[in-house]
Design a protein around this ligand. Structure first.
Ligand SMILES: Cc1ncc(COP(=O)(O)O)c(C=O)c1O
Length: 443
């Protein structure tokens, strides 16, 4: 296929100022190979952000591809409206055995829809219990849960969502602590938790749920929670009859070195969402899991209208579920979590060099997640010349054969979970060179 003459003008790209989008400059990805994208000129780009944080095995894991092809041969699509299909039933059972405390799986097709389903489940749970006044959500500042209206309301990142503020739900936003930040020592964390408890003490009769990412916030700036914080929130939710809604869409399945992050955090959610790595990036699929305490409130007579009025065309897609089942088999068979833990030691070592660079104000990493906060003269480094610093880094990375996007002044390195040491080293070394050059240019 020759895509040099491809007419690319009609695609509206996400999070992109299209005026700056030059069609001829932009890369057309044609093949995937290992952990690389390959363009129409056969140039390779190592994936430094695991294709928006979902790539596990790279592009050519034959076991997953074969299970999808096989599923396409026997049943290429079938929703869960009035029917069930084998892969969706098997996957639900599999997920329940992994996610302690959960007993039901609701399927959707991306992270945002999984969160929307969670918000509706929480709201209707209280309605069905006759406590419709419990309808407000508490969430963490800098949390991110997706781009739909409900998701933006509970995961408001001002830098992205201010144009939509007027149509969002009113939520209560509390500070989020992060490791290695002078503002958040153990004492300060206690104070933050106390503040949250004070809110719950006063108005828990109006609170439906507490929504937070599990283990770490990513899109809001790579904020890794200090140990014990998530457990404290979980305990408070129990104490004040508030649902804990955890978002493991980006942090579940090994990103932080644990298969199920909420278990590692010793927290007990009422509702938890997974997506991204669930199919290794091979198919859009997401799940919202709940406990039986939640699910039982949805049972009753048909005319009682206690049932969940939510469902998407592609719910429980058999090809996605088949991909996920094989993906999870591979996690187990190849002991991926162990490999991630070993690899994250290598990653941690490689990242140490960045602290030599003055503009690297804070390096936050855990498992296979890293955010490097760039600052100059103690202010966020926003531009280089007139160019946003993120554009500069993304462009330089592509020139050097790495695909990477930053979150404003936070350089994120979020490698595919099963990446090998050589590729990992290449990504980190390339970014080091770029930041080093950037620092020289700023002098
Ligand atoms: C923590 C978290 N929740 C939800 C989402 C939304 O997922 P999607 O982009 O699939 O809608 C994302 C996406 O990056 C995420 O990181």
């Amino acid at each position: 296929m020759n895509s040099n003459n491809l007419d690319k003008r009609y695609v509206w790209h996400p999070y992109t100022q299209m005026k700056l989008w030059n069609n001829s400059d932009n890369i057309t990805v044609q093949y995937g190979n290992g952990f690389n994208f390959i363009d129409s000129n056969k140039r390779r780009y190592l994936d430094g952000i695991s294709n928006m944080w979902c790539n596990v095995w790279g592009h050519d894991r034959t076991e997953i591809l074969d299970s999808m092809k096989n599923q396409l041969d026997i049943l290429p699509h079938s929703s869960l409206f009035g029917l069930v299909n084998e892969p969706s039933a098997k996957l639900a059972k599999r997920l329940i055995t992994m996610a302690k405390g959960m007993t039901k799986v609701f399927y959707s097709d991306n992270g945002s829809t999984a969160i929307e389903a969670a918000l509706k489940i929480a709201t209707q749970y209280w309605n069905n219990k006759g406590k419709s006044q419990k309808k407000k959500f508490i969430c963490l500042k800098n949390g991110y849960h997706g781009d739909t209206i409900g998701c933006m309301s509970v995961g408001y990142v001002d830098g992205y969502f201010s144009p939509y503020k007027s149509i969002l739900l009113k939520t209560i936003k509390v500070d989020s602590p992060t490791i290695r930040h002078p503002k958040f020592g153990p004492q300060e964390i206690e104070q933050y938790v106390d503040k949250i408890e004070n809110i719950l003490k006063r108005i828990s009769s109006k609170i439906s749920g507490f929504v937070m990412e599990s283990g770490a916030q990513i899109a809001g700036g790579v904020n890794i929670y200090p140990e014990g914080f998530q457990k404290k929130i979980s305990d408070l939710c129990k104490k004040y009859d508030t649902l804990l809604i955890l978002d493991e869409i980006a942090t579940g399945f090994g990103r932080l070195g644990n298969m199920i992050e909420y278990r590692a955090q010793k927290s007990e959610p009422d509702i938890v969402c997974f997506a991204k790595a669930l199919t290794g990036g091979y198919f859009p699929l997401a799940v919202t899991l709940t406990t039986s305490r939640i699910f039982e409130q949805f049972l009753g007579d048909y005319w009682d209208k206690r049932q969940l009025f939510h469902g998407h065309t592609f719910t429980g897609h058999p090809v996605g579920c088949a991909a996920a089942l094989t993906n999870l088999d591979l996690y187990e068979r190849l002991n991926l979590i162990r490999k991630i833990r070993l690899n994250s030691l290598v990653f941690d070592k490689l990242l140490k060099r960045f602290s030599e660079l003055e503009i690297c104000y804070d390096i936050r990493n855990k498992g296979m997640l890293c955010g490097i906060e760039l600052r100059k003269e103690n202010k966020p480094l926003k531009t280089i010349g007139k160019m946003p610093v993120g554009h500069y880094i993304a462009k330089e990375s592509l020139k050097k054969g790495v695909y990477l996007r930053t979150l404003g002044n936070i350089l994120t390195i979020i490698p595919p979970l099963a990446i090998g040491k050589e590729d990992l080293t290449k990504i980190v070394d390339t970014e080091y060179q770029i930041v080093e050059n950037l620092q020289k240019k700023l002098k």
